[in-house]
Design a protein around this ligand. Structure first.
Ligand code: FAD
Length: 569
């Protein structure tokens, strides 16, 4: 498999150095290396994608595997994840070329028009409104869905997207039940996120589409593009307030490469703030606690952490035919022969998704994702005793599990250093559910989910919501408000969408880290292009956003260096 540029072939200097070959970094590297006279270096800490990552149903296998996952452990949580080991959560993040897009669950969702318009209005993120974002989404997308030939979708981009329109009795029942609750059927990616919809996912011809395979792999022969794998950037170097290059370690050797024009950080929402702090850029009081020389006091670095978090534990028994078994040998063989069959389901999410509104101000407060998979071994984070007593008795049953997730959580966390060693993971304190409104919203959504799961349509499809109490909540009447609140706090679950830790904003905004063209405030020759720059978490899943950010960063760079960029974007 691909192993990147040989170390002996690397140059001493490049025009642009991109740190992190994830969803955004790969998109960006393709854009700027299209200009032949730009020498571009992409530095990625992980290696090539594992074979299993191509099989959509195998997605959960990469979770917590140290070969592909940074395995960052959160700080103990006070308001959520109360039944987890040490009340912590593993903040899974891809350590592999393609980053999150190589290990994620492949849902392709942009969120709502208002999310983007809000970035522009509230945070001064000029040019990031829905209309502008939509142009880029459609440029990059290649949907295979005949029914989506409209202004919201692209047919000729590089990012393959598949819609799961396949019919099944369980999906029909879920849709019928959702209709009974007043939800209409809709297209998830038209900017109006409400109702029930078929899942759109980054799958093409039965295989995962990651950002590396879609955008970069076809262009690896470009002579001006170097990609170094298994290479961990330790810090950005500066002369006064200007970035001069980076130091990375590969095979035990520390290598300095000079950036003639710019360094661009695309290391993701957890690692980008860590790298800035290690390089002396961030809140000066925090940096002073470590053996790091202050380069620039920037209070917003690592602040404003946001993630989509919610809960699971409403177990619903369904017929065997409604569930995909990850260990089904016949299904694996079928996939190996012609990339078809049950293994093409992205992590068992093929039943579609519901955006539920529980408050009046929003259409999409909570997303309900319906998982129906067996033997998936998803890391739930629970203490062994709780895991055994809750899941042990239902191990042999075929289960449908709704995962209810806050789309616009109010709680805010932070990322910081634990040490000045770049090989230590950062300290991540999400402060999940620290805002009481978040819990209230999830409890209301829990009631709505129970109504759906116990509806006549679901009963007719032989689905039975099990009255099986979660251990920490045994003293409460099952499915009462108190029970649901207890479940929310004890069996909380995030879906690995950290963002917003180096957010965009105006120069006079004390917590802004980058401007609307992604340049770091107060510094020269340094940009950020990954999900850390998002000011407020949108209601879509974040792979689409990272790709959008990589694409726009590429446009900004081409414009700034007077290349023929599409300025209208
Ligand atoms: C398990 C899981 C499931 C998910 N499911 C979905 C989903 O269904 N749909 C969806 O849209 N989104 C999903 N996401 C989220 C989505 O994939 C991410 O939001 C997105 O990939 C983030 O893109 P990014 O470019 O900001 O960062 P990343 O893609 O994480 O890229 C960062 C890259 O930088 C590298 N890096 C970090 N530090 C260094 C360093 N010091 N030196 C060199 N390289 C470094 C990393 O190894 C990584 O490759 C999921 C994520 C996970 C982990």
């Amino acid at each position: 498999s691909y192993n990147g540029t040989r170390t002996s072939d690397l140059l001493e200097e490049y025009d642009f150095i991109i740190v992190g070959g994830g969803s955004a970094g790969c998109r960006l590297a393709e854009k700027i290396s299209a200009v032949q006279r730009f020498r571009v270096l992409l530095i990625e800490a992980g290696g090539p994608p594992p074979f299993s990552s191509h099989i959509p149903m195998m997605a959960p296998l990469a979770l917590t595997n140290p070969e592909f996952d940074w395995n960052i452990r959160s700080e103990p949580q006070k308001f959520a994840m109360l039944s987890n080991i040490d009340q912590r959560r593993t903040m899974s993040a891809g350590k592999v070329i393609g980053g999150g897009s190589t290990v994620n669950f492949m849902a392709y969702q942009r969120g709502s028009r208002s999310d983007f318009d809000n970035w522009e209005k509230k945070y001064g993120a000029e040019g990031w409104n829905w209309e502008k974002a939509l142009k880029i989404f459609t440029l990059d997308e290649r949907t295979d869905d005949e029914e989506l030939r409209n202004e919201f979708h692209g047919l000729s981009g590089d990012l393959g997207v598949h819609t799961y329109r396949e019919k099944s009795a369980m999906k029909d029942a879920l849709f019928e039940a959702a209709k009974g609750e007043g939800f209409a059927f809709s297209d998830t990616n038209d900017g109006d996120d409400s109702g029930f919809y078929h899942l759109q996912s980054t799958v093409r011809d039965g295989q995962r589409v990651n950002s590396f395979g879609a955008f970069l792999e076809p262009h690896l022969s470009r002579k001006n593009l170097h990609v170094t794998l298994y290479s961990t950037v330790m810090k950005v170097t500066f002369e006064d307030k200007s970035a001069t290059g980076v130091v990375f370690r590969k095979d035990g050797t520390d290598i300095f490469v000079k950036a003639v024009r710019e360094v661009i950080l695309s290391a993701g929402a957890l690692k980008t703030p860590q790298l800035l702090l290690l390089s002396g850029v961030g809140p000066k009081e925090h940096i002073a606690d470590f053996d790091v020389r202050l380069v620039h006091d920037l209070p917003g670095v690592g602040q404003n952490f946001q993630d989509h978090v919610g809960f699971i534990g409403l177990l619903t028994e369904v017929p065997e035919s409604a569930v995909v078994d990850v260990n089904d040998v016949e299904a694996i063989q079928q996939w190996l022969v012609d990339k078809s069959g049950p293994m093409t389901s992205p992590a068992g999410l093929h039943y579609g998704v519901l955006y539920a509104n529980v408050t009046v101000e929003r259409k999409s407060d909570v997303e309900m994702l319906f998982f129906a998979l067996k033997n998936a071994k998803i890391d739930l984070g629970l203490e062994a005793e709780t895991l055994m007593s809750f899941y042990g008795p239902v191990l042999e049953k075929n289960l449908l599990q709704p995962l209810l997730v806050l789309m616009r959580p109010k709680s805010r966390g932070r990322v910081g250093l634990v040490s000045s060693n770049p090989f230590d993971n950062p300290s991540v304190d999400p402060r999940y559910l620290s805002d009481p409104q978040d819990v209230k919203t999830l409890v209301q959504a829990g009631k709505q989910a129970i109504s759906i799961l116990t509806s006549a349509a679901m009963k007719a499809a032989n689905a039975t919501l099990l009255e099986h109490k979660f251990p920490a909540c045994e003293s409460h009447e099952i499915f009462s408000e108190e029970y649901l609140e207890c479940l929310v706090r004890h069996h909380s679950f995030n879906i690995f969408h950290p963002c917003c830790t180096c957010r965009m904003g105006r120069p006079d905004d004390p917590l802004a880290v980058v401007d609307h063209r992604l340049k770091v405030h107060g510094l020269e020759k340094l940009r950020i292009a990954d999900n850390s720059i998002i000011p407020e978490i949108p209601s879509g899943h974040l792979n689409a956003h990272a790709i959008l950010i990589g694409h726009k960063a590429g446009n900004f760079i081409l414009e700034d260096y007077a290349m023929a960029a599409r300025t209208e974007l």
